[in-house]
Structure formats: structure tokens, C-alpha cells
Ligand binder design. Structure first.
Ligand SMILES: Nc1ncnc2c1ncn2[C@@H]1O[C@H](COP(=O)(O)OP(=O)(O)OP(=O)(O)O)[C@@H](O)[C@H]1O
Ligand SMILES: [Mg+2]
Length: 468
């Protein structure tokens, strides 16, 4: 496949985007100069860990109709209907990335590796220029890749039975269409100024899509209610949780969203002043021990706010271990798991009782493929009849009023400001984060006693994102 990317004359030598061959990330990125830094300052907080954590907390979780869109369109895009554009772009292959490729690109190691180009350019240019080139490479790659990914999702949203008719789902679809059109209409990135404008566009898109997680949850909530009311001829049976196809669709949708936000977040982070040990959002020395401690503090804060007390958490194991990973992703998962364990512990033993501590064990070995984290609680476990449902979206044993409240508001995000439990999204989304970089999440429960959760994180960084 040959990709057309225009670059300024000076950088054309370096970028030499003669992307040859397949639609692999390397061929695509080499041709699109790609790169790396933590999350955008305007979206992030101030302390290094928090600044890298907060964004994904908000973000992970977050995106008009043709008539509205076509108003600002160039003649190029108006000549095609929105439907044609979606069909066109969704027929193109998506390019998966891995942690390793994102790091290499972010460090400028993919510049000049497109095939024809001289690999010496990155070295011969000044440091500043190399960074510019990296940013232009990433921006050009994103200009190519993001409309394709968005179009794939629009097509999925159109094809999912019943769900596609929900108002909230139509709203999400509009956000996707708007963002896809803006990206397609953006001119080729041929100068530093273009790259700066592109970054502004992506900041806007990142913000627009901030509410997607909750808005889609509202869509699922609307569908579940419609099914319960018998609108889809299911005799009012509340069987949303058992609709396998629907859950597969949601798994794919949210997984894809993680990928899109990772790519945009990585690029916007690369534009920020570099942080020690970071390549964009990726920390080359991620310490699971430190991230776990941060998650313990946040979960304890949330548990204290709800019950006035929180169980102690004892962390054992490889506390000095570091590996390349996205700390915000580990924090997200650990916070969800600890919130679940704390809630179960307090509710099983009763407020004001002495709680058995929650144990977190971090296991690692030089030769291990994975970093494994086990979270064990004595919170009474999960009923066997609930075990198969815990991965269903919207399944929760918390007060249903909490879920209703969460889907009723426009600006809910998934931060420490949200309730300790209640949306019924914690486990399925955490598993999507784990799987995104090649890991997994599993739950073993002993009813009447407690629950063990195993989080596997791939430490090799070579696993490519699973692209639905
Ligand atoms: N450690 C645990 N011990 C006992 N039950 C658990 C545990 N973890 C999860 N569960 C059960 O699984 C259900 C689903 O968990 P999940 O985290 O997906 O949603 P939630 O905690 O109810 O809401 P939220 O979206 O806020 O996380 C919980 O409501 C609870 O019934
Ligand atoms: Mg939860």
C-alpha cells in the first residue's frame, strides 16, 4: 500500500514517507513520521504520577448529523455523502500498535526508516528539529489512521441491532461522524504550523469524546429499559445481560476507544515538555508497586467517603520492579478492583467492624512474560449465579438508584468523584484495559468467604492492540 503524505521539502528527506508494503504500523509510521510524551497538561494535573493518571481516568471513559456537518465541509468532502465516506474509510484496514512501536516512534527511532530514506537525518538535525519531525510523523500517521478507526466504529454502531436506535447511541455516532469529517478535511500536514493546528483539532476531538463511555452506558441503559418494557418482542424479559452479541459489540467498541484515546493521548503528551523516563504516556520505568499504592490511596478515599472507614490494604511482592507500561492503565484497573474489594469487605462484615485486610501480591521474575498482580479480599465472595454476569455491562449489586443517577447526568466521568460502585462497568472496562496491551483479568470467587482477582500485564510490550 502506498500512502500519500505531504511533507515540507526540508523534512521530506527524513520522513520520506514512501510507505511500502502492508498496512503494518511500522510501514505506516515510517511513512508517517510517528512519536511520544505524557498526557496533555490541559487535561492532566500537576504531580507526575497524578498528571499521568488523571487524564485516563477522565478520558478512558468519553465524542452531528450530515446536515450539520456538511455546513463547514470543503468541496472535496461534500462531493461524497457521509455514507460514502464511512463506507470508504471503514473498508480500509486499521493499523495496530504496540507499546514498543509507540516508544520507538516517540523516541524518533522510526524516522528515516521508511525504506528509501536516509537514516542519518535524525542524527544530523538538531534535537529540536528531530522532535518536530517526530511530531509531524505522528500527526501525519494520526491523520491517516484516526478517520479509518472512527469509520469502523460508525459502521459498527449502525449495524448493532436495537442498540443503534437508542438516542444516546445516535449522539455518540454523531460525535464520531463529526470527528471523522474534521480529520478527513484537515489538509496534509506539511509544516510546523499545520502540526500545531492539528494538535488543537485533536485536543478538541479528545474533549468531545470524553463522555463516550458514560453516553454509551446510557444507551445500554435505554436499551435494557426498552427490552424490559417489551419493545423488542422479548415479552418484557430483562435479559440484556445475557445478550452475548450485544456484549461482544460493547467489548469491541470500548476496546477500540481505548486505542483511539491512547493514540491521541500519546501524541498530545509528546507535545508536552518531556518527563523523566516517559515517552509520551508510556513510562519506561513503571513501578506497579507505586501505581498500586496510588490506587490504594484513591480507593481508600472513596471508601471512606461512602462508609466513613476503609479496610487496610497490605501490598506484598516485587516492590522494586519496573517495566515499560502506561501507568494510567494500571491505575485505572487497580482502582476499580480495590473499590470492589473494599465495598465487598465493608458490606460483608458491616460498617464499624474490624475488617480483614485486602492483600495485593505483585509477582515478577526476570524471565516472566507477565507481571501478575493478585488482589485477595475476604468480602464474602460472589454468588455463583452472579459469576457469569459480573462481566456484563450494567450488572451491579449496588443500589440501582446510583446507576440511574449516573446515566442521567451529562457530565459524569469516571474519576474519584464518582460513586464507589454502581454503574456496573468497572470489571468489563478493566478487562478491556488489561487485554489492550496483551494481558488479562480473571476473577475467582469463593461464596461466603472472599474473592481473588488476577491481573496479568504483559511486560514484553510487543503485543499489538487487538483491533476489532
Ligand atoms: N471483590 C468482589 N467481591 C464481591 N463481589 C464483587 C467483587 N468484585 C465485583 N463484585 C460484584 O460484581 C459486580 C460488578 O462489579 P463492577 O465493578 O463491574 O461494577 P460495580 O462495582 O457494581 O460498579 P462500578 O461500575 O462503579 O464499578 C459488583 O456489583 C459486585 O456485585
Ligand atoms: Mg466496581
Amino acid at each position: 500500500m502506498m500512502l500519500n503524505v505531504s511533507v515540507p521539502r526540508a523534512s521530506a528527506r527524513v520522513l520520506s514517507l514512501a510507505i511500502r508494503g502492508s498496512g503494518s504500523y511500522f510501514s505506516n509510521i515510517a511513512n508517517y513520521p510517528l512519536s511520544s510524551n505524557p498526557t496533555p497538561r490541559n487535561i492532566v494535573g500537576s504531580s507526575p504520577l497524578l498528571s499521568s493518571l488523571r487524564p485516563s481516568l477522565r478520558s478512558i471513559h468519553n465524542p452531528l448529523l450530515i446536515s450539520t456537518l456538511s455546513r463547514g465541509m470543503s468541496s472535496k468532502t461534500t462531493s461524497k455523502t457521509m455514507k460514502e465516506m464511512v463506507t470508504d474509510y471503514s473498508s480500509k484496514p486499521q493499523t495496530p500498535v504496540s507499546l514498543q512501536t509507540l516508544m520507538e516512534t516517540g523516541r524518533g527511532e522510526r524516522i528515516g526508516k521508511g525504506g528509501t530514506t536516509d537514516a542519518t537525518i535524525a542524527a544530523s538535525d538538531s534535537e529540536g528539529t528531530a522532535t518536530e519531525l517526530v511530531l509531524m510523523q505522528v500527526a501525519s500517521f494520526l491523520k491517516h489512521e484516526l478517520p479509518i478507526r472512527l469509520a469502523h466504529r460508525i459502521k459498527d454502531l449502525d449495524n448493532v441491532p436495537m442498540m443503534s436506535e437508542m438516542n444516546s447511541v445516535l449522539q455518540v455516532r454523531d460525535w464520531y461522524e463529526k470527528s471523522m469529517t474534521e480529520l478527513i478535511e484537515f489538509p496534509a500536514i506539511t509544516s510546523k504550523e499545520d502540526e500545531e493546528k492539528f494538535a488543537k483539532l485533536l485536543e478538541g476531538i479528545y474533549e468531545r469524546h470524553a463522555g463516550v463511555l458514560v453516553t454509551m452506558a446510557r444507551g445500554a441503559f435505554e436499551l435494557r429499559a426498552a427490552i424490559r418494557e417489551g419493545k423488542y418482542g422479548r415479552g418484557g424479559k430483562a435479559d440484556f445481560e445475557e445478550m452475548e452479541g450485544m456484549h461482544k459489540f460493547l467489548d469491541n467498541f470500548y476496546m477500540s476507544r481505548i486505542g483511539i484515546r491512547m493514540l491521541i493521548g500519546q501524541y498530545l503528551s509528546l507535545r508536552q515538555p518531556p518527563m523523566d523516563g516517559y515517552v509520551g504516556m508510556i513510562c519506561q520505568k513503571t513501578s506497579p508497586g507505586k501505581v498500586v499504592q496510588q490506587a490504594v490511596d484513591d480507593a481508600s478515599f472513596m471508601c471512606n467517603r461512602k462508609y466513613g472507614d476503609a479496610p487496610e490494604v497490605i501490598v506484598h511482592g516485587a516492590s522494586d520492579l519496573t517495566f515499560s507500561y502506561v501507568p494510567t492503565h494500571i491505575h485505572y484497573i487497580m482502582l476499580e478492583l480495590l473499590k470492589n474489594s473494599m465495598r465487598a469487605t465493608v458490606e460483608h462484615h458491616g460498617v464499624d467492624e474490624d475488617y480483614p485486610p485486602i492483600k495485593v501480591i505483585i509477582a515478577d521474575g526476570e524471565k516472566n512474560e507477565d507481571v501478575v498482580i493478585k488482589i485477595s479480599d475476604e468480602g464474602g465472595g460472589i454468588k455463583r449465579s452472579h459469576v457469569s454476569r459480573i462481566w456484563s455491562y450494567l450488572f451491579t449489586t449496588a443500589d440501582p438508584a446510583v446507576q440511574e443517577g449516573m446515566v442521567a447526568f451529562e457530565n459524569v466521568d469516571h474519576s474519584i468523584d464518582s460513586p464507589l460502585a454502581g454503574l456496573g462497568y468497572g470489571l468489563p472496562i478493566s478487562r478491556a484495559y488489561a487485554k489492550f496491551w496483551g494481558g488479562d483479568l480473571s476473577v475467582m470467587s469463593m461464596e461466603g468467604y472472599g474473592t481473588d482477582v488476577f491481573l496479568h500485564l504483559s511486560r514484553l510490550g510487543a503485543s499489538k492492540e487487538p483491533l476489532p
